[in-house]
Structures are given as structure tokens and as C-alpha cells.
Design a binder for this molecule. Sequence first.
Ligand SMILES: *Cc1c(COP(=O)(O)O)cnc(C)c1O
Length: 222
Amino acid sequence: MTLADRYARVNASLPPRVKLIAVSKTRTVAEIQALYDLGHRAFGENYPQELRDKQPLLPADIEWHFIGHLQTNKVKYIAPFVHLVHAVDSERLLDELEKRAAAAGRTIGFLWQAHVARETTKHGLLPDELRATIQRTAGSDRWPHLQARGLMGMSTNTDDHGQVEREFAALEALFLELRGSGHADAARFTELSMGMSSDAQLAIAHGSTMVRIGTALFGERP
Ligand SMILES: *Cc1c(COP(=O)(O)O)cnc(C)c1O
């Protein structure tokens, strides 16, 4: 199957309300350009230096999503152009993003990463930490160049369908609770980023608004 075939197949599987983030970590500039030439604009990367190196080699109207764990000392590499940071899990990271966004004269959107998966290695805030963090941060004037746009989450990497479904259901419930809780950022708190190649349909069934898909578009990663 060609890239065009896979792109068509992925697009056909997504309802119009769901945005496709093409995950291009480890992919070459030529592979990304090929998907761009098919009309795609939203790409997701996991590694700051890799994104910093690729971005200037590709069209300026690409919307870059940073979907990996972001260390504060790497924020500077992506702040001048990143569109949405999907995996924020600390106020310390917000402070650094704010500093770099202000320096670049930009406003940067971000998602809080929620941790509901069973794996202990996954990053993100537990539901109670997230509730408390949003209480503290929503509407604060400490981060004028940042906008909280919603939640991001990942399911446990398992063949147990039921467990993945319970985790997506938990993320959906948390998202709806936080969006509906009337905090100061609620009007912009509209995005739920969940679902990858293997579990996108389950995520969509649980209200995902953004799926992050790599393998189903580009094939297995090298
Ligand atoms: C790599 C990655 C994806 C894409 O995974 P595929 O299985 O290739 O679709 C999605 N989200 C995150 C956070 C990733 O690191």
C-alpha cells in the first residue's frame, strides 16, 4: 500500500470532528513532505532536537504538535514555532514554556497529560493531582502566553481491550468533569487527545477529538 492509500484509509476511519495528528518521529523530511504534498498539515513529534532540526527543512505552514515528554531544558528548541504541546504535567514546565513563549512573542496552547494507565512508567498527573493543578492554575495571570486547551492521555500498551476501554472511559469522564467544572479556562478547554494507530477507534468512541497516528500512516518505525 502506498502512503496515499494509507492516508486515505486513515482519513476514512475518522469522523469529521476528530483531528488527525500524523506522528512523524523518526521519519525523514522526505516522508513528511510526501504527506504534506497529499494535503496534510498537522504533524506530531516526540523529540525536541529532532523537531528543531526538521522544522526549518519543511513548509512553514505545518502545524507542529509536540506529543512527547518535554524536559524544561528542551523547551527552547520548539517554543518559537510549536502549535500545541500535548503532554504538560507540571507547573515548572509551564513556567519555562511561558518564558520562551513570551520571548518569541507567541501564545502557545497546551494539554494537561492525565495518567490513568496502569503502567507506572507513563508520565502525567493522576486525576486528583490534575483536579488540584487546574484549580490552582486556571485563570492565573502567571502564564499570559499559554492557553490550557484540554487533556491528553495514553492507554496501557496491552492486548486487553477491556482495560484500554476502561482507561479511555476514565479519561473521557475526567475531561468532561474538568471541562464542565466552570474553571476560568473552561471556554477553551475543548480538546481530548487520545488514541494511536492500535486504539484510535476505541478512543474515538470515548470522545477523542485528536488522534495521534504514526504507524498506520507511515508503516512500522525503523
Ligand atoms: C509514537 C506515538 C504515537 C503514535 O504511535 P503509533 O502506534 O505509531 O500510531 C502517538 N502518541 C505518542 C505519545 C507517541 O509517542
